[in-house]
Design a protein around this ligand. Structure first.
Ligand SMILES: CC(C)(COP(=O)(O)OP(=O)(O)OC[C@H]1O[C@@H](n2cnc3c(N)ncnc32)[C@H](O)[C@@H]1OP(=O)(O)O)[C@@H](O)C(=O)NCCC(=O)NCCS
Length: 175
């Protein structure tokens, strides 16, 4: 895929992220609120998350929103059974969205891999979590392709059943 650049998005990208979400979210992703996005766009220093963008000619083609839920009640580590002391080492892939013109080109996987290589410090984050509607085949396959696995299925966000995914970075690949 040519002409694509990955970059951490700054706070002033909020409008572009919301616009892409409005245009292309579809019915299977629980849309992120402006407040949630603002917190993540504030960057890793704020301790709340990061948003990684994929851009072509300065236009946002896709993004991955990563939230650091720390001790919040909605930390998926609680569903996974993590002790409180480990909750700070969990992160959520809380939104991933690819413009319809760019779908089917492996961007779901590339966004997560790029984040893992350059953005997410392994010493601070040990557990990846995500929730995905079971009927969202592309996202289910995308999560599996980066080594995540389903550990539960239960209603989340808007009450729809969701698959709960985890990857423990300390585990052996395939283990
Ligand atoms: C879900 C979404 C992010 C996938 O992005 P993408 O870049 O098109 O996905 P990829 O090209 O990386 O494909 C991921 C996997 O799904 C498969 N796939 C892609 N589109 C598919 C489709 N329409 N039906 C079935 N499988 C599909 C791919 O073959 C790939 O599988 P593989 O890893 O086994 O080869 C994109 O469809 C989207 O933005 N949807 C709207 C928002 C959303 O639902 N986000 C996810 C919930 S947070």
């Amino acid at each position: 895929m040519t002409g694509l650049r990955f970059a951490l998005l700054p706070s002033d990208a909020l409008g572009a992220v919301l616009e892409l979400q409005r245009e292309a979210c579809g019915p299977l992703m629980h849309p992120l609120t402006e407040a949630e996005l603002s917190e993540m766009l504030a960057g890793p220093q704020s301790g709340r998350g990061v948003v990684l963008g994929a851009l072509t000619d300065g236009t946002l083609a896709a993004f991955l929103a990563v939230q650091f839920p720390v001790q919040a009640a909605h930390n998926l580590g609680r569903d996974y059974g993590l002790p409180d002391v480990d909750l700070d080492r969990a992160l959520h892939f809380t939104g991933i969205l690819v413009h319809p013109d760019r779908r089917g080109q492996g961007l779901h996987r590339r966004l997560i891999e790029t984040a893992a290589q350059g953005v997410l410090p392994a010493d601070r984050h040990r557990y990846w979590f995500a929730t995905v509607r079971p009927e969202n085949t592309a996202s289910v396959r995308g999560m599996l392709s980066v080594g995540m696995r389903v550990f539960a299925r239960k209603p989340k966000h808007d009450g729809h059943d969701r698959l709960l995914f985890v990857r423990d970075l300390s585990a052996q690949p395939g283990g």
